[in-house]
Design a binder for this molecule. Structure first.
Ligand code: GNR
Ligand code: NI
Length: 167
């Protein structure tokens, strides 16, 4: 187990499209375990493999409150099957320290993925879980939350991250 280094914007590795996972091996399970440890240490509600420099289609999410038992959800080769509705959420991203911005996304999402035992599953989510699934899925496509902001806000966010990373 290890806490991995999280890449910060504008690292070019955050812009790559991640590769599908051909098989859930013990190496993949070890990576997922490190990703979960990294997410909890941060702490964050999600983490995608490209954020730790691994170009694979994997993300982890845990939206349980701090006073609740942890509920790790692992998504390998996730596919968004359906989106509907609209919701604005104040999002953060571990690759954008000190940034929180309101972003509009779908309110509900249906996703198919493979779990840690290699089993396919489907899930319907709304609220924070739906937002987090879309945020993490974007990371696998090299899409970042700043891409959803106006050019002016994007520039401000870039400067804020540079300052936070220097500090
Ligand atoms: O920790 C995180 N919080 C968060 C809050 C609202 C919407 C999305 C997120 S994801 C983020 C962790 C992260 O950067 N995942 O890629
Ligand atoms: Ni993020």
């Amino acid at each position: 187990m290890a806490v991995l280094t999280i890449l910060h914007y504008p690292d070019p590795r955050l812009r790559e499209r991640a590769e599908p996972v051909p098989e859930v091996t013990s190496e993949i399970r070890a990576l997922v375990s490190d990703m979960a440890e990294t997410m909890y240490a941060a702490p964050g509600v999600g983490l995608a493999a490209p954020q730790v420099g691994v170009s694979k289609r994997i993300f982890v999410i845990d939206i349980a409150d701090e006073d609740e038992p942890s509920q790790l959800q692992v998504f390998i080769n996730p596919e968004i099957l359906h989106l509907d509705g609209s919701i604005v959420w104040k999002e953060g991203c571990l690759s954008f320290p000190d940034v929180a911005e309101e972003i509009r996304r779908a309110e509900r999402v249906r996703v198919r993925a493979i779990g840690l035992e290699g089993q396919p599953f489907e899930l319907e989510a709304e609220g924070l879980l739906a937002v987090a699934i879309q945020h993490e899925h974007d990371h696998l496509e090299g899409v970042l939350m700043v891409d959803k902001l106006s050019a002016i806000k994007r520039k401000l966010v870039g400067r804020k991250v540079a300052k936070a990373v220097r500090a």
